[in-house]
Design a protein around this ligand. Structure first.
Ligand code: CP
Ligand code: NVA
Length: 299
């Protein structure tokens, strides 16, 4: 039984295999010979909003031959307090796999343990593994191997995105620099868990951007943190991807954003538009990489 619960729990061979298979899957779109989800029904259980993840998984599951049902957590008994363990035991008897977006990482892990069906983390407060696998795929599609390259993450260094990047660095041997203000830097416990990862954490966003191959950012206020919005926007002001920062990176540096983007906050409008080609390739690649993840999960 395979699950994609976090990049931390994925072996290097699994990461490399998922990334390698995604290219051919992308190339074969519209002409799929393989339909590994034929005869299967998958549930998508979401407690948070989504555009990209929801659409890419719904389309991807169908393109792989499966059927899919979208369950807004508030529409089922989970939203009225039924335990995740009971929800998992029910769904596990009816569907063949699940894609879950929620708050607590432990809920995704409990779902996997109790349902006994392949379970994919579609974002928790702690990790967004499908996004970072897609980002690495997109980088490698445009620039070749990410090994020994420099990835600079700017903004909320304690976010799910930053944490998935940290665990990816432990698997794929690139240098990760995280530029974030004090109080929004990765927890020491997370860095300790990413054994072997080359990670530099700093408040100096200019130093972090110097010579980078990839500049990456995410929202300053993640889903569920709306009550802290004022303080977050104030503390992270300045940690913006903009033209002066891009000028410090390598001349061919890529700029990426997982989306949704807040122009004038984590990225300025002109820089976003200048790199929109990459950013929307990233968004499209969610579909292809997740089809690779789904194929891997049921193999
Ligand atoms: N990047 C991402 O996961 O987007 P959604 O929240 O729209 O799914
Ligand atoms: N850190 C963001 C990612 C959105 C795709 C959030 O959790 O809201």
């Amino acid at each position: 039984m395979k699950h994609l619960l976090s990049i931390e729990k994925l072996g290097r061979e699994d990461v490399v295999g998922i990334l390698a298979a995604a290219g051919p899957i992308k190339g074969a779109r519209g002409n799929h010979a393989a339909r590994p989800l034929e005869g299967q029904a998958w549930a998508m259980l979401f407690s948070k909003s989504s555009t990209r993840t929801r659409v890419s998984f719904e389309v991807g599951i169908r393109e792989l031959g499966g059927q899919v049902m979208f369950l807004n957590a508030n529409d089922i008994q989970l939203g009225r307090g039924e335990p995740i363990q009971d929800t998992a035991r029910v769904l596990g008897r009816m569907v063949h796999g699940a894609v879950i977006r929620t708050f607590k990482q432990s809920d995704v892990e409990d779902f996997a343990a109790y349902s006994r069906i392949p379970t994919i983390n579609a974002l928790t407060d702690d990790e967004h593994p499908c996004q970072v696998l897609t980002d690495v795929f997109t980088f490698q599609e445009k620039r070749g191997s990410i090994r020994d390259r420099v990835v600079t993450f700017i903004g909320d260094g304690a976010s799910n995105m930053a944490y998935s990047w940290i665990f990816a660095a432990a698997r794929l041997d690139f240098e990760l620099r995280i530029a974030a203000p004090a109080g929004y830097q990765p927890a020491p416990e997370i860095l300790a868990r990413a054994a072997g990862a080359r990670v530099v954490v700093t408040e100096d966003f200019r130093a972090a951007a110097a010579g980078a191959d990839l500049l990456y950012t995410d929202v300053w206020v993640s889903m569920g943190q709306e009550a802290q919005s004022g303080e977050r926007l104030q503390r992270m002001a300045g940690y913006q991807i903009n033209a002066p920062l891009v000028a410090l990176a390598r001349p061919d540096a890529l700029v990426m954003h997982c989306l949704p983007a807040y122009r004038g906050k984590e990225i300025d409008a002109a820089t976003f538009e200048a790199h929109a080609g990459t950013i929307f390739d990233q968004a499209e690649n969610r579909l292809h990489v997740q089809k690779s993840i789904l194929s891997w999960a049921v193999a």
